[in-house]
Design a protein around this ligand. Structure first.
Ligand code: FAD
Ligand code: NAI
Length: 468
């Protein structure tokens, strides 16, 4: 194998592996280095995929326990088999990570297992687990090293009693009491998994509401719905200390605005207070790249670092820490290197929380539009008035479309309800293609379909929804 490449990618997560495949498709001789034994990065190995596998399994359990009887399907003796659930999750992960390895072979991307360190702008050293070192020569380097779990002072993650999302994807028994620190995406998704499996889950959040940054009405509805399902919330509260006992953890917490401290015991504490960029061992000092104040790698409009020929994408450059955002950036860098025009529309990146009901969002919220002084109209439609949602027995929530008051351009959309994560795609496409709420309203949607709720919300922008 020749060690000279057009592009060397460090990191085989959604950003890195997509960039590598796209670059190879475009004729660039490409290598991708990852220190994990399997490709797919955080997302496939310990993130998006295993969490969604467990969310689905635990949802099936809850459906069998509580929702099937209403359909006239009676199931007796329903119980969870955690070992099978975990095995299934692992099989899903294995199938998909192997799938990336297959795609690498198919596209002739060289996969190197080891730690990548930049020596200078045209050399990358790869150190394998057995200590052997190989140096690659390359025209361009792409850093896609991702992120790692952020921790809190005084809380040492042991992945047994005090766990991160990685530990929460692999518990071998259902804890009786679980405290989740952080009511963000991970806290609500993995909190839902373990609540459905039987844990008493309390989510402690620093701020006064859950899911900061999302549309206010969605946040309130989500909190109400999750509370109804049995998830407990302690908002405006900070954890100040934790001590691991023989069989669990003792937490000390106090109101953010001041007041008496409170102690609480839990079998397991999940720390879900965000993620931070991962840049250890990259050798950035060798190319004069310095991190910003939050530890991210600064890049320009073309995702080029301060060192010519060295690019960075995904979680390590900040912005939305989402797999699909990293993928878009990966493709953009590869296409630009191959001489194509590349563009990522950061105003049209969807975000989905895979609780039940799902929560999906794109673009501006009512709060951000108000703060920016942008005049807008709201079109809202409840799933209770959607015939498909009623027929499937999953009619909680609504679709909300925010359109510019005069141009009718779609500025944002927020959905809580069945298949929200898939329904949002239509609105993302509308925003990407600059079509208006009126265009969605005039588009024929199949009946009976959940998509009709999107059409009705678009009609509601102009106060002419039919079924509400
Ligand atoms: P990563 O996926 O983190 O990949 C970086 C890779 O680089 C890693 O494999 C690492 O081993 C490797 N690496 C780092 N440094 C080096 C080096 N020096 N040499 C060699 N290799 C190196 N996002 C979504 O969009 N949808 C979801 O449903 C979702 N669910 C999530 C659930 C959980 C529990 C978590 C933790 C995250 C979730 N995310 C989700 C976020 C998503 O995983 C990340 O946004 C995404 O993985 C970022 O991709 P990336 O390519 O930038 O980095
Ligand atoms: P997050 O940023 O979504 O939420 C962290 C929460 O913790 C916030 O509500 C914050 O106010 C709170 N918090 C911070 N410090 C605290 C403290 N000291 N005490 C109590 N609360 C505190 O981060 P999270 O959930 O860890 O997720 C990390 C990243 O992974 C996110 O950026 C997200 O985009 C991504 N992710 C995406 C998923 C998806 O797309 N479905 C699923 C899971 C993760």
């Amino acid at each position: 194998m020749s060690d000279t490449f057009d592009l060397v990618v460090i990191g085989g997560g959604p950003g890195g592996y997509v960039a590598a495949i796209r670059a190879a498709q475009l004729g660039l001789k490409t290598a991708c280095i990852d220190k994990r034994p399997t490709l797919g990065g955080t997302c496939l190995n310990v993130g998006c995929i295993p969490s969604k596998a467990l969310l689905q399994s635990s949802h099936q359990l809850e459906t069998a326990q509580h929702a099937m009887a209403a359909h006239g399907v009676e199931i007796k003796g329903v119980k969870a088999n955690l070992t099978t659930m975990m095995q299934r999750k692992q099989e899903v992960v294995q199938g998909l990570t192997q799938g990336i390895a297959f795609l690498f072979k198919k596209n002739k991307v060289t996969h190197l297992m080891g730690s990548g360190t930049i020596v200078d702008s045209s050399h990358v050293q790869v150190t394998a687990a057995d200590g052997s070192v190989q140096t690659l020569t390359t025209e361009n380097i792409l850093i896609a090293s991702g992120s790692e779990v952020a921790t809190l002072p005084g809380l040492e993650i042991d992945e047994k009693h005090i766990i991160s999302s990685t530990g929460a994807l692999a518990l071998d028994k259902v804890p009786k009491k679980m405290v989740v620190i952080g009511a963000g995406v991970i806290g609500l998704e993995l909190g839902s998994v373990w609540r459905r499996l039987g844990a008493e889950v309390t989510v402690v959040e620093f701020l006064d509401g859950i899911l900061p940054g999302m549309d206010g009405e969605i946040r309130k509805t989500a909190q109400r719905t999750l509370s109804k399902q049995g998830m407990h919330f302690k908002l405006g509260t900070k954890v100040t200390a934790a001590s691991v006992l023989k069989n669990g953890v003792k937490l000390t917490m106090e109101p953010v605005k001041g007041g008496e401290a409170e102690e609480r015991q839990a079998d397991v504490v999940l720390v879900a207070v965000g993620r931070r960029p991962y840049t250890q061992g990259l050798g950035l000092e060798n190319i004069g790249v310095t991190l910003d104040e939050r530890g991210f790698i600064p890049v320009d409009h073309d995702r080029q670092t301060t060192c010519a020929g060295v690019f960075a994408i995904g979680d390590v450059i900040g912005g939305a820490m989402l797999a699909h955002k990293a993928e878009e950036e990966g493709s953009a860098v590869a296409e630009a290197l191959a001489g194509q025009v590349a563009h990522v529309n950061y105003d049209a990146i969807p975000a989905v929380v895979y609780t039940h009901p799902e929560i999906a969002s794109v673009g501006q919220s009512e709060e951000s539009l108000t703060a920016a002084g942008i005049p807008y109209k709201v079109g809202k439609f409840p799933f209770m008035a959607n015939s498909r949602a009623r027929a499937i027995g999953d009619a909680e929530g609504f679709v909300k479309i925010l359109a510019h008051a005069t141009s009718d351009a779609i500025l944002g959309a927020h959905i809580i309800g069945p298949a929200a994560g898939d329904l949002i795609a239509e609105i993302v496409l509308a925003m990407e293609c600059d079509i208006s709420a009126e265009d969605i309203a005039r588009t024929c949607h199949a009946h009976p379909g959940l998509g009709e709720a999107v059409k009705e919300a678009a009609l509601a922008v102009d106060k002419r929804a039919i079924h509400a």
